[in-house]
Design a protein around this ligand. Structure first.
Ligand SMILES: [Mg+2]
Length: 264
């Protein structure tokens, strides 16, 4: 395994999809959902789980003794709904929530909820256009504008105006793909992953993280220090060990590791 990772790491100059098969008993899979496992949809509720993906994820989960987790900005409840009836370990809400194993209860990870008044002010930005979809994720607020792309600049200007008005407010603004997300500061996908990796069955394993968006960059950055590997999707992000062209490529790779050659 060590040699395999060293081989990959020396190929940093030209990132490419992983042409290797990690030893499943030594690694942990950490997988973003939207834009990584699943194609993006016009609205977050419209994403579709391709036939066969649940079987591949279940197989890899079993063959890593449970060390496969979804790492997402979505809430745990939302993720469970998408993949029902399957349940997996999860880092949700950008690190605000966590479930260590299929059977365990969800645990909150030192994540304070957003101030209600602050939330209300950011939420009002959605009134700018019926095409702006407001999603209250509890720990964060997301303004989706895939249906109103011309409002991007207006949305960010409105967010900046609120922040300028309340410079002490402990909030982070997370720009994503046709989404502007606002959350309480102090936790990220990276802090969630660091916490997750302290627990069985993840502890001591080499993490392999795959993600596509700006919020995944915090996790890309911590992979070298964890002797892990980072892969981006749809673009070659900075500091990654390789990248996939599309979620379909990610699924095909995972399927090959699960010894399932079906293209899903
Ligand atoms: Mg994503």
């Amino acid at each position: 395994m060590k040699q395999v990772f060293e081989d990959i790491l020396t190929r940093n100059a030209e990132p490419e999809p992983p042409a290797f098969a990690p030893l499943l008993e030594e690694c942990a899979f950490l997988l973003d959902i939207d834009g990584t496992l699943l194609e993006l949809a016009p609205t977050p509720s419209e994403v579709e789980v391709p036939v066969g993906l649940d079987r591949v994820l279940s197989t890899l989960h079993d063959r890593t003794d449970g060390a496969l987790a979804l790492v997402s900005g979505r809430s745990l409840g939302d993720i469970d709904q998408i993949f029902a009836p399957m349940r997996l370990p999860i880092v949700g809400g950008h690190g605000a929530e966590m479930r260590l194993s299929v059977d365990s209860e969800a645990v909150a990870v030192h994540a304070p909820p957003m101030d209600k008044n602050l939330k209300r002010r950011f939420a009002a930005i959605a009134d700018l256009s019926p095409g702006i979809l407001l999603e209250d994720k509890g720990y964060s607020l997301a303004l989706h504008y895939r249906l109103a792309p011309t409002f991007e600049r207006t949305i960010y200007e409105a967010v900046s105006a609120i922040r300028a008005d309340l410079p002490e407010a402990p909030v982070d603004v997370l720009p994503g793909k046709a989404v502007c997300e606002i959350k309480h500061s102090g936790f990220t996908k990276a802090t969630g992953v660091i916490e997750l990796m302290k627990h069985e069955p993840f502890v001591g394993r080499r993490p392999i993280f795959i993600g596509d968006d700006v919020t995944d960059e915090s996790v890309f950055a911590i992979m070298p220090g964890m002797q892990g590997l980072a892969f981006s999707v749809g673009r070659q992000a900075q500091g990654v060990d390789g990248h996939f062209a599309s979620p379909r490529e990610v699924r095909a790779w995972l399927a090959s590791l699960a010894r399932d050659d079906d293209d899903i």
